[in-house]
Design a protein around this ligand. Sequence first.
Ligand SMILES: [Zn+2]
Ligand SMILES: [Zn+2]
Length: 354
Amino acid sequence: MTTTETETPQPIPLPVDKDGNETSAICQTCGVAVPITRGLPLERVEFFRTGRGYSQEPPRSANPARVARASYTQTYTRCVVCAGRRAHAEHLADTYRVSRQLGPVVAHARMEAALVALLALRLPAPTDLTKSELRALFGPFARAGLNIMWRTRADRALGHSLPEPWAHLTPEDHQNLRNAYGAMLADRTAAGAPPVLVPPPARTGPRGAVVAAGGCLMCGVGGVPVPALRVRHDPDGAAEDVWTEQGWKATMLGARRPLGSVYGHTCPACTSAIAEVNAPGKEAIDRAWFTHLNRRDLIDRETTGIHGWGAMVAVAASRGEAPPAPNPEPWAHLSTDGLPDPNPVQAMQGVRPR
Ligand SMILES: [Zn+2]
Ligand SMILES: [Zn+2]
C-alpha cells in the first residue's frame, strides 16, 4: 500500500470481508466509502505499482505473474449525493445540447466537473443558463473541478476512503478553484464586452531608422477592433493577428524627398489594399484611402498630395520634431476637400470609370 500524504483527516482503510476482499467501493468524486450493494454501479480500475507509487499505465515487464503481483484493483462508484449531482449534470448537458456538440461522454464529464467546482466554492448549481454562461463553465473552470475529484488523486491512497466527503481538499485546491472562478467571470464579461481597439505591437528597425510607432503606416489609425475575449487571453497574439509588419522607403509612403526608410505596421484594411495591387506604394495608398471613403470610383485617377501617416512621421523625424499622434479614425490626416463629387450611380455601385 502506498503511504498517504500528510493530509488531515487521514484516509482510512476500506472494510474487508473474511477473505480480505473490500466490501465497500469508493466514491470517485468525493472519496467516501460506499457499501457495495446489489445494483450499485461499479467500475473497477487496475493500478500498477511504479517506482513512486501507483499508476494506471501497465509496467513494461512481460512477466504476467509479476505484473499481477504489482497491480491493485480499486472499485469505484458514486455516493448518493454525487450520483444525484451527476444526474443533474447529464440533464443540464442534454438540455443545453452540449451533449450533441461534444458527445455525451465528454459533455457529461465536464458538466459534472463544473458542478463539483461550484460545490467546492459553495456556490449554487446553475439552473437557467445563457449560452455564454454555459460555454464559460465548460472551459478551464471544468478542468479545475476535474482536478479536485478524489479519483484523480486516488493513487496516493489505494484501498482507502476519506472519513468525510472532500476531506482531501487543501487550501491550495481552494485557491486554484477561486482563481479558475475569477477567470471564468472575467471571460463571461469579456464575451459580452464590445471589441477592444488594439494598437500595433512594439517595433524596432535597424539602427538609426525611423520607426512609426502606434499607428498604421498608411492610414495612421491607432487601433484595430478585436473581440475582447481574444485580447484578454492573448493580448500580444491579438495584436499580431491584425497588424502586419512593414518597412518601406518614406517616398513609397508619399514623402516628397528621400528621408530613408520607415518601419512600422499596417492595419488589415491597408494590408489588403497592398495585396490587391501586389505592392506597397502610391497605388496601394490610393486604393486604401478611396476604399475607406467608399469612393472606389476615384481609384486610378490622378490624385496629388496623398501620403501615408508614416511619411509624416519621417518628415517630423528629419526635422527633429515629435512624431504626429496616430489617427483616431483611418486617414484623418488627409482632407477630402477638392475631391470630385461622387457620381451617384458609380458611387453606389462602386464602379470605376472607363
Ligand atoms: Zn460522493
Ligand atoms: Zn491602415
